[in-house]
Design a protein. Structure first.
Length: 175
């Protein structure tokens, strides 16, 4: 992991866990990579990870309750309404276009029984030295982009390495 909070495992886990809905038992992590980060964050939860890269999805299968190797957009589209208590997407939304992100956000709200948490770097297009395949950054994200999504957003200054901000985005279903 690079600089910023993602490189500080305990701090990052604490930050994300501070957004965990009370009473959550199931967690869906979209873009779970090898499962290490989300297994630490979601300790005690029944975790399903979805990863588009077969090698890292295979590694996640060794750690998580369930790991699925497929594009997370297709996985989400096939989920039943309110089928997971909590959904996380950590450093993942920038890998789809903003047009596709609208559909993703709608599906997150549909599939999350209690809520979701996103960690999204500010900017991002062209910033990734591994900018190919599932690692390719396809959208710049800035504060004004979140206004139309009906979510809560916290700016994390200088927390994505190289002096870049990140966004902690949360949404909760009203009881």
């Amino acid at each position: 992991m690079g600089g910023g909070i993602m490189g500080r495992r305990e701090d990052f886990a604490s930050l994300i866990n501070s957004t965990r809905p009370e009473g959550a038992e199931t967690l869906l992590d979209l873009g779970c990579s090898d499962g290490q980060k989300i297994a630490h964050i979601g300790a005690g939860l029944k975790i399903t990870g979805v990863e588009g890269c077969s090698q890292t999805a295979f590694a996640a299968a060794e750690i998580l309750h369930r790991a699925v190797n497929m594009d997370y957009r297709n996985f989400l589209a096939g989920c039943q309404n309110e089928s997971y208590d909590w959904i996380t997407m950590l450093d993942t939304l920038e890998h789809v276009t903003k047009k596709d992100a609208r559909e993703v956000m709608g599906n997150l709200k549909r599939v999350a029984r209690m809520g979701f948490t996103l960690y999204v770097p500010e900017g991002a297009v062209g910033d990734n030295p591994w900018d190919e395949g599932y690692n390719r950054h396809l959208a710049h994200w800035f504060m004004n982009d979140w206004a139309s999504f009906d979510v809560n957003v916290m700016v994390l200054p200088d927390e994505h390495g190289a002096g870049k901000n990140a966004f902690l985005v949360t949404w909760r279903r009203n009881p």
